[in-house]
Design a protein around this ligand. Structure first.
Ligand code: UGA
Length: 436
């Protein structure tokens, strides 16, 4: 049992804290947001993440996890202090480091014993060294020893618990091998490969991994758009490519593009880092541009099918940037709705989890519905934007009756084209050969 403090109770911090507590450690989670901490004491999760509530509840009852806003309480006797605060995009795409800086300063002011600081926030390469400098100034001649380990996270929203408990790998970077070994012990029971590197390399692995995954998606989306023109089927193309073990089948689902709180910010931040160091990240820039274009491509496609979109009724299924989350950050659906709105379309939309968060983001004139069938009533076209499970087996005969036109644009290639064509729909996918 180790004593762990986690600073930040967002996706990364809370999942990390809860999972370490579930593994038997004593965990203290700190957040500066009093409302969040009050809620956590009452069992209210600040984020939507399947399975998280149960783990937190179990650990809280067993007194293995607690929550506070107070740094002295949080750091008392902490052996390992994890930083898991946000690093949102700054004005020029750079990572905004204000929350990391303020957490490090607070730790420096408060802690009165030796510790290992573990950085889980996604931070520019060189941040570990910058933190070390800040702490060195504070702890010189104090007798307090510290080490810094970079431990990037690879958690996906919606599957964060299993990503933590069954990771493909754990990456640890430090100038202090003994410190990395200590953190490795925390992950030992997960029985996964543990890669120990220097600190800048670990920081880079995080950005490179997210940028590569985003590139894989932008790549297949570009191929899909070509498929649309030449009459090939991108699903089969991806399968054919993915069977090559050098390529692999994952993250080759063509669609309306990638969003969320990570890929957009991290690819931009990596471009910024590259430029700062005087290199030209041409591929990374293209990855971003293709992703922006993909959202417009969907709207062009609808225009090609329906003609002028002014006054046309478009029903949108799915708003969150992906299924199993209510996260609307950089959601492709939000941009597509904005473009459709600018073209004068009448839009109605439904999402199983993101309705509340959508209200603040979407144009006021969008009608937010209570179920998928309301969205479809009288619609000229239906656009699937997020592939939620509950959309997989809709009653399409009912949908046919409810719709005014019978155009379906399946932005995630979720449905069976033949099935829907047989029912009388004009079905279109993204890069689906004869169904374009
Ligand atoms: C991503 C990474 O997958 C995690 O490993 C990483 O830890 C996390 O960012 C982070 O940096 O914190 P996440 O943002 O939760 O996780 O979402 P993903 O499941 O990776 O999906 C990202 C976007 O790509 C979504 O919009 C999704 O719809 C899209 N996507 C994904 C596709 O369009 N096609 C695919 O084949 C896969």
């Amino acid at each position: 049992m180790s004593k762990i403090t986690v600073i930040g109770t967002g996706y990364v911090g809370l999942v990390t804290g809860a999972c370490f507590a579930d593994l038997g450690n004593s965990v203290m989670c700190l957040d500066i947001d009093q409302k969040r901490i009050d809620g956590l004491h009452k069992g209210i999760m600040p984020i939507f993440e399947p399975g998280l509530e149960e783990i937190v509840e179990r650990a809280y009852r067993a007194k293995r996890i607690d929550f506070t806003t107070d740094y002295p309480t949080a750091l008392k006797a902490a052996e390992y202090v994890f930083i898991a605060v946000g690093t949102p995009s700054g004005d020029n795409g750079e990572a905004d480091m204000q929350y990391v800086e303020s957490a490090v300063k607070k730790i420096a002011e408060t802690i009165d014993h030796s510790f290992i600081l573990v950085d889980k926030s996604t931070v520019p390469v060189g941040t570990g060294d910058w933190i070390a400098k800040m702490l060195q100034d504070r702890f010189a001649d104090s007798g307090i020893k510290f080490s810094i380990v970079s431990n990037p996270e690879f958690l996906r929203e919606g599957t964060a618990i299993s990503d933590f408990m069954r990771p493909d790998r754990v990456v640890l970077g430090s100038t202090d091998r003994a410190a990395s070994n200590k953190i490795a012990e925390l992950y030992e029971s997960l029985r996964c490969p543990i890669l120990i590197t220097d600190i800048r390399t670990a920081e880079m692995i995080k950005y490179a991994s997210n940028a590569f995954l985003a590139a894989k998606i932008s790549f297949i989306n570009e191929i899909a758009n070509i498929c649309d023109r030449v009459g090939a089927n991108v699903i089969d193309v991806a399968t054919g490519m993915g069977l090559d073990s050098r390529i692999g089948p994952k993250f080759l689902n063509a669609g309306i593009g990638w969003g969320g709180s990570c890929f957009p910010k991290d690819v931009k931040a990596l471009v910024h880092i590259a430029q700062e160091y005087g290199t030209q990240p041409q591929l990374l820039q293209a990855v971003i541009e293709i992703n922006k274009y993909q959202r417009k491509y969907v709207v062009h496609k609808l225009e090609e099918i329906l003609g002028d979109l002014k006054g046309k009724r478009i029903g949108i299924l799915g708003l969150a940037f992906k299924p199993d989350t209510d996260d609307m950050r950089e959601s492709p659906a939000a941009d597509i709705i904005k473009y459709l709105d600018q073209k004068g379309a009448n839009i109605s939309a439904y999402d199983p989890a993101a309705m509340e968060l959508s209200k603040a983001i979407l144009p006021k004139q969008v009608t937010l519905c209570e179920n998928p069938y309301q969205v479809i009533e009288g619609a000229d076209a239906l656009l699937l934007a997020t592939e939620w499970n509950e959309f997989k087996q809709l009653d399409f005969e009912k949908i046919y009756q409810l719709m005014h036109g019978h155009v379906i644009l399946d932005g995630r290639n979720l449905w069976d084209p033949q099935n829907l064509t047989d029912l009388g729909f004009h079905y279109y996918g993204i890069g689906l050969g004869q169904y374009n």
